[in-house]
Design a protein around this ligand. Sequence first.
Ligand SMILES: Nc1nc2c(ncn2[C@@H]2O[C@H](COP(=O)(O)OP(=O)(O)OP(=O)(O)O)[C@@H](O)[C@H]2O)c(=O)[nH]1
Ligand SMILES: [Mg+2]
Length: 392
Amino acid sequence: MQYLFVGAGQAGTQIVDQIFAHDNIDLRAEPLAFNSTIQDLERLNNIPQDRWYGVSESDGLVSGTVRGFEEQVTGGFGQTPTKADRVMRRNEGEVHRVLDEVYEELEADPSTLQYAFVFLGLGGGTGCGIAPHIARQIRSYAESEMDIVSMAVLPNTKLVNQGAQVDDDAALDNQIQQCENAVFGLDNLEDEVESIMLVDNQRLALDVAEGNEYSEYNRYVADAFLDIVLGAERERTDVQLDVQMQDVDLQDLIRFIDGDGFRAGYATVGRGVRQTESLLGYLLPGSIGRQPIQETGLIADSIDKQTLDGFSPNDATSAVAVAQAPGWCWDDKSIALGSVYDELGYYCANVNAGWAVTKRNLASVTTAFGFDREDIDRIAEIERIAEREGQA
Ligand SMILES: Nc1nc2c(ncn2[C@@H]2O[C@H](COP(=O)(O)OP(=O)(O)OP(=O)(O)O)[C@@H](O)[C@H]2O)c(=O)[nH]1
Ligand SMILES: [Mg+2]
């Protein structure tokens, strides 16, 4: 097993659940879900119960298959990451026990672990409190050098931004609290992982965010994340696909958005996708029904749809792209990697790209842009709001 996908807290486990909705993901990857709220674990469709771990005040990490799971995991750190953090400190080493269990059951060799991906919502208590500990312990468990990439959800702050017109004090305080949690989470996480990909809930329409209707957004970020981190590799896991790919590997792509070696690098992602064949194309052989595709449009879409509010590609230090399309798109040059480099090179000097031929009737370009934390205005905004805590 080469890849470990870890969800921490509600948002984190939901995104991992979406990732494992993909058919061929689990050949080389294993999901783990950690949460303090059993009801949230029970909502998972694609992560089996023996990969659930409850985070319990009294009992540390409790396996989802243990008798009395419900009694031990009594739920929620109520948006207080310091509480979740304390539980993990008191139970240092429990993540190693969990990994022992997983590897033993799979009869797998821990030295094959190359990458861990850790997902969390930064606004809450559980994910923020436990994710940095999980990352650190995975690294110390691995028997060889490995990379850890995190995907972290920024809270929306629309009410705070509306300021005086808001009369719902509780909701306003809640957003301020979430910002404080986010700063706590990022500060701790960036010491433990190579890169942090941000998913900003501010990009959601207010009614979607308020209705806790995240499934579509989760699906989108799950797809974009997989494209960037596994890219062509993912196609290769399905042996029937007979995929050709450029030998830019995962290692190169991840290193690209790596930080300075001490602190994590930050990144955002976005994905542009088009159908390459009209409905007619599914029914008739040959080139009938083929839709014209141009990579410039796909790149523009991927930039428009970056997962950060106020995103500006000009502030990026690096850019990574993964282009995927059916063979004929590459043959007739409707997609060319050279123009991907050209387009992205317009924004920043460091560009890297990988590509894959797929048998699906889709063409996509997924881009990730790398940033230093200091250059992300949205984090600065969240830090400012967090400082208001207590004065609101
Ligand atoms: N994008 C996205 N955001 C989510 C999702 N679920 C919750 N959030 C957001 O994530 C933040 C809260 O993080 P949660 O993951 O719910 O918190 P937690 O880690 O379970 O921590 P607790 O406070 O202990 O429940 C809030 O800003 C929510 O709006 C989700 O499925 N997708
Ligand atoms: Mg929760």
